[in-house]
Design a protein around this ligand. Structure first.
Ligand SMILES: Nc1ncnc2c1ncn2[C@@H]1O[C@H](COP(=O)(O)OP(=O)(O)OP(=O)(O)O)[C@@H](O)[C@H]1O
Ligand SMILES: C[C@@](O)(CCOP(=O)(O)O)CC(=O)O
Length: 501
C-alpha cells in the first residue's frame, strides 16, 4: 500500500500575470491536503482487462471504474454512473506514459482534508490522527472553497499510479518530482480543456513557491500532436508524451516560506467561482489595449516582486536577529492595525518614540496597498470583478484590525474569498473582533485588547476600531488552515487503514 498527500494553494500575488511566462507569482501551499492510498495486484480484473478503480468515499456515488486492455491502445472505458474528467484524464495520461505490459487491478482511495469543501451537514470520521468529513451529496454538488482540489487530486493520483507502475522511480528525487509535476500538468490541462498557468499543480507538487510558468506551447503542441496521430498510431503518441514528460521544462520553481510568526488567514466569502469568465475578460482587454495593459502589468509585477522580496527580508531578519524580529517587528504587528502602523512608522522620522527598524513592515504594507490598487484598476478597466466594491469594503475593514499586516482577494479575485497576512499570535483577536455581535461587544473587546497589549502609546490608542463594522463579517467563514510549505509527501498507511472499505 502506497500513500501520498499534496497541498492546496492560495495565489497571494501574481494573478493574471502568472498566465504570461514573463512574470512570476507567489503561491502559498496550505495545510489542507489531498490524499491517495494505492493498492494494486498484477492480475487481470476480467479476461484481457485491467481495471483501475478510484474510490472517493467522502462523497455520494464517489466510485469510478476504468477498464482497459493490455497493451493499452489509448482510450479508456468509463463504466461509472458519473463522469470525473480529472480522473479519466490522469489515468489515460499515465497509461500512455508507462505503456503497461502486463495486467493489473488497482484501487486508489482518495481522501480530502476538510478545507476544500463547505462543511455543512458533513459527518466527521477520524483515523489515527487524520480527520475527514463525509458529505451527504455528490462531489459536484458539495460547494468547494477553491483551494485547488483538482490539482491536488491529479497530483496524488499521478503519484499513486507511478508508484505502482514505476516502483524503481524515486518520486522524491529531482527527476521523480519533475515527472510527477509534468504528468500532472498535462492531465490537469487536458481535463480542464485549456492550458492554465499551472501554479496550482506546481504548488501541489513542490509546496510554497515563487513560480514562473512553463511555455504553454509545450502542452498545446502535445494536444495538437495527439489530435493528429492518436487514432492511427497511439504508440507514436506515447513516444511523444514520454519525451515531453522526461525533458526539463523551462520554468522557475523557487521554494519559499512565509516569515516566522506571519500567517495567512483565508476567509471564505461566497460559493461559486467565476474564474474562466474573469480570465477571458482580462485577456480580451489586454489584447485590445496592449500599451495600457503593459503599463499596468509592469506596475503590478513591480509590487508583487517587492512584496516577495520584503517577505524574504523579514525571514532574513528573523534568522539574523531573532530578538529584534520579535521585539521591533512582530510585537508591533500584534498590537496595531496596519493603518496605525503606517502612521507610527511615518512618525518615527520626526519622533524618537518609534523604532526605525519598523521600516520593513512599511514596505510590506505599501506593496500590498499598491497590489490592491493595481487590481482595483484592472477591475475598472476590464469590467471583470477582480476586487469588487464588496471585497474592497471587507478588506479595508480588515485593515483596521490589530494583527493584520495586509490582505488581498487571492488568485483570480472575485467574490469567493479574502486572504489576510497577519501575525500568528493575533489570529484569536481577529476572529473575536470579526465575530462581535454589536458595537457594545466590540467596545468591550477593544478595552480587553488595550489592557493586554505590550505597546502603550500616548500618541495612539493601539486599538482604534471607529471605522470597523463587524456586521460585514457575517458572510465570512474563516477557514481553519495555515501555510504548510511542503509539497508532495509520502504518508503512513496507518493513517487510513481504518477508513478503507
Ligand atoms: N475528493 C475528490 N474526489 C473525487 N474528485 C474530486 C475530489 N476533489 C475534487 N475532485 C474533482 O475536482 C473537481 C473540482 O475541481 P475544480 O478545479 O473545479 O476546483 P478546485 O480545484 O477545488 O478549485 P480552483 O480550481 O478554483 O482552485 C471536482 O468536480 C471533481 O471532479
Ligand atoms: C487568474 C489566474 O491567474 C489565477 C486563478 O487563481 P485561482 O484558481 O482563483 O486561485 C488564472 C491561472 O493562473 O490559471
Amino acid at each position: 500500500m502506497k500513500c501520498f498527500s499534496a497541498p492546496g494553494k492560495a495565489l497571494l500575488a501574481g494573478g493574471y500575470l502568472v498566465l504570461d511566462p514573463k512574470y512570476k507569482a507567489y503561491v502559498v501551499a496550505l495545510s489542507t491536503r489531498m490524499h491517495s492510498v494505492t493498492e494494486g495486484e498484477p492480475v487481470a480484473a476480467a479476461p484481457n482487462t485491467s481495471r483501475i478503480i478510484v474510490d472517493s468515499p467522502q462523497f455520494l456515488g464517489g466510485t469510478w471504474s476504468y477498464d482497459f486492455p493490455v497493451p493499452f491502445v489509448g482510450t479508456l472505458q468509463d463504466t461509472s454512473a458519473s463522469r470525473n474528467p480529472f480522473l479519466l484524464s490522469t489515468i489515460e495520461t499515465i497509461l500512455g506514459y508507462v505503456e503497461p505490459e502486463s495486467h493489473a487491478t488497482i484501487k486508489i482511495t482518495i481522501f480530502s482534508d476538510p478545507g476544500y469543501h463547505s462543511q455543512n451537514d458533513a459527518m466527521v470520521k477520524e483515523s489515527n490522527g487524520k480527520r475527514f468529513l463525509y458529505h451527504k451529496d455528490t462531489i459536484s454538488n458539495v460547494p468547494k472553497t477553491g483551494l485547488g482540489s483538482s490539482a491536488g487530486l491529479v497530483t496524488v493520483l499521478t503519484s499513486g499510479l507511478l508508484s505502482y507502475y514505476k516502483p524503481e522511480l524515486d518520486l522524491f528525487s529531482e527527476i521523480g518530482l519533475r515527472t510527477v509535476h509534468n504528468l500532472a500538468q498535462i492531465s490537469h490541462c487536458a481535463a480542464q480543456g485549456k492550458v492554465g498557468s499551472g501554479f496550482d499543480v506546481a504548488a501541489a507538487t513542490y509546496g510554497s513557491i515563487i513560480y514562473q510558468r512553463f511555455d504553454p506551447e509545450i502542452i498545446n503542441g502535445l494536444i495538437k500532436y495527439k489530435e493528429e496521430v492518436f487514432s492511427s498510431s497511439p504508440t507514436e503518441y506515447s513516444k511523444k508524451l514520454q519525451s515531453v514528460v522526461n525533458c526539463k521544462w523551462e520554468m522557475i520553481i523557487q521554494k519559499c516560506d512565509l516569515p516566522p510568526q506571519v500567517r495567512i488567514l483565508m476567509g471564505d466569502v461566497n460559493n461559486g467561482s467565476e474564474t474562466p469568465k474573469l480570465v477571458s475578460k482580462v485577456l480580451k482587454w489586454r489584447k485590445e489595449n496592449p500599451e495600457e495593459a503593459g503599463n499596468l502589468y509592469h506596475d503590478l509585477n513591480f509590487y508583487n516582486m517587492k512584496l516577495v522580496s520584503e517577505l524574504l527580508t523579514l525571514t532574513q531578519i528573523s534568522i539574523e536577529n531573532p530578538e529584534r524580529y520579535e521585539a521591533d517587528l512582530i510585537s508591533f504587528v500584534d498590537d496595531y492595525s496596519l493603518i496605525q502602523l503606517k502612521h507610527l512608522i511615518k512618525m518615527s522620522g520626526s519622533s524618537s518614540n518609534f523604532p526605525d527598524s519598523l521600516k520593513p513592515l512599511l514596505d510590506i504594507i505599501e506593496s500590498v496597498s499598491s497590489i490592491r490598487g493595481g487590481l482595483q484598476s484592472l477591475t475598472k478597466k476590464t469590467g471583470a470583478d477582480i476586487e469588487p466594491m464588496e471585497q474592497t469594503i471587507l478588506l479595508d475593514n480588515c485593515f483596521a484590525l490589530p494583527g493584520v499586516l495586509g490582505g488581498v482577494v487571492p488568485g483570480a479575485g472575485g467574490y469567493d474569498a479574502i486572504c489576510l497576512l497577519c501575525s500568528e499570535k493575533a489570529i484569536p483577536k481577529i476572529l473575536k473582533l470579526t465575530a462581535a455581535k454589536d458595537a457594545e461587544e466590540l467596545n468591550h473587546i477593544k478595552h480587553e485588547l488595550e489592557s493586554s497589549s505590550i505597546h502603550r502609546q500616548q500618541e495612539f490608542s493601539n486599538v482604534d476600531l471607529d471605522c470597523f463594522d463587524p456586521s460585514l463579517f457575517k458572510s465570512v467563514t474563516w477557514l481553519d488552515l495555515h501555510e504548510e510549505n511542503t509539497g508532495l509527501v509520502k504518508e503512513d498507511p496507518l493513517h487510513y487503514v481504518e477508513l478503507l472499505n
